[in-house]
Design a protein around this ligand. Structure first.
Ligand code: NAP
Length: 322
């Protein structure tokens, strides 16, 4: 059983920033990275909107730099998944990973949310090369290009409207004959001359050549007719799933599955904080997640500081109240 003052679950911009702050505050910090160091941003080919990089950077480079900065102050990275948490007995919290167990005086949860995928051939292969789940991140690369947006909810229409700033055409492909999005967004989208709609249609395959997307195979679900449509970009907005299943009923969740937090980033369990997309269904940006990570870390530092006299030395066997 390993001991730590701060255990950070997740290694996206929220987790990496939290690690920088808690490690720099001289608190032993362990980051359990999850299966992909950096999370969603590490699959983003080019990042042009993270402040401090006037010439842009790549997702992987940004992640490596943030990790190196946290390591410089002593944060320790463990490339494993958290498989189980026990927050029920209070601090220190018990956390199991693939091969180890930890007792942590405090925990910062930063395991994010994942955009839902279509699960069709070619989708994974062309992520970052024409397939995208983030218009703010990637829209700029589709100037004067032909784009399809998959989905019929608020995200699809809002992001579709945003993409008309860049794209030559934006075709919204929806599986039913009625949109789910609010009437206000529907009105804006329908009145936008760059936007067209294809109803009762699903995307069966993304096809490409020379490493980039060239077309999609569309199927009309009412007639079964399949057509190949030439496109440069495929933006998928069919909802997001917060990765909150790990916590079961141990943390209070909102009805949509995101973790509930207070203004100090505290969850319903004293000593467990949350940052980034695990609680934020609205902004979904690397910089907002990083800001969140900073806030959660500062709250954690204060929380541990208030309990300093009760904290057991890390090299002693822990005694936990029954
Ligand atoms: P959503 O409301 O769940 O809509 C998802 C859309 O994707 C639906 O149209 C759904 O079709 C479609 N879809 C789901 N799975 C699919 C699949 N496998 N293949 C093809 N299409 C699929 O998700 P969201 O648009 O991301 O919105 C999430 C929440 O955030 C909502 O509460 C929304 O109101 C809110 N939001 C608000 C705003 C705003 O107010 N401006 C902006 C963005 C999001 P069906 O309609 O047939 O189910």
């Amino acid at each position: 059983m390993k001991r730590t003052r701060v255990l950070i679950i997740g290694s996206g911009p929220a987790g990496l920033t939290a690690a920088l702050y808690t490690a720099r505050a001289q608190l032993k910090t362990v980051v359990i990275t999850g299966k992909l160091l950096g999370g969603q941003i590490s699959t983003t080919h080019e990042v042009e909107n993270f402040p401090g990089f006037p010439d842009g950077t790549t997702g992987p480079e940004l992640v490596e730099r943030m990790k190196a900065q946290a390591e410089k102050f002593g944060a320790e990275f463990v490339f494993e998944n958290v498989t189980e948490v026990d927050f029920t007995k209070g601090t220190p919290f018990h956390v199991k990973t693939d091969t180890d167990e930890y007792l942590a005086d405090s925990v910062i949860v930063t395991i994010g949310a994942n955009p839902r995928e279509l699960g069709i051939p070619g989708e994974k292969q062309y992520v970052g090369r024409g397939v995208s789940y983030c218009a703010t991140c990637d829209g700029f690369f589709f100037r004067n290009k032909d784009i399809i947006v998959v989905g019929g909810g608020d995200s699809a229409l809002q992001e579709g409207i945003f993409l008309t700033k860049f794209g030559r055409t934006v075709n919204i492909v929806h599986r039913r004959d009625q949109l789910r999005a609010s009437v206000a967004l529907q009105t804006r989208a329908i009145s936008n001359p760059k936007i067209s709609f294809t109803y009762n249609t699903v995307v069966d395959e993304v096809k490409g050549a020379d490493g980039v997307v060239k077309s999609v195979m569309l199927r009309d679900v009412t007639t079964g007719q399949v057509t190949e449509k030439p496109v440069d970009g495929v933006f998928v907005f069919i909802g997001y799933d917060p990765n909150s299943r790990l916590f079961g009923t141990q943390l209070d969740l909102r009805p949509d599955g995101y973790v509930k937090i207070d203004e100090l980033m505290g969850t319903s369990v004293d000593g467990v904080f949350a940052a980034g997309e695990i609680h934020d269904s609205q902004f979904r940006q690397a910089i907002t997640a990083a800001g969140d990570g900073c806030k959660a870390a500062l709250s954690t530092i204060n929380w541990l500081g208030e309990r300093e006299s009760q904290l057991q030395p890390l090299d002693e066997a822990v005694t936990q109240p029954a």
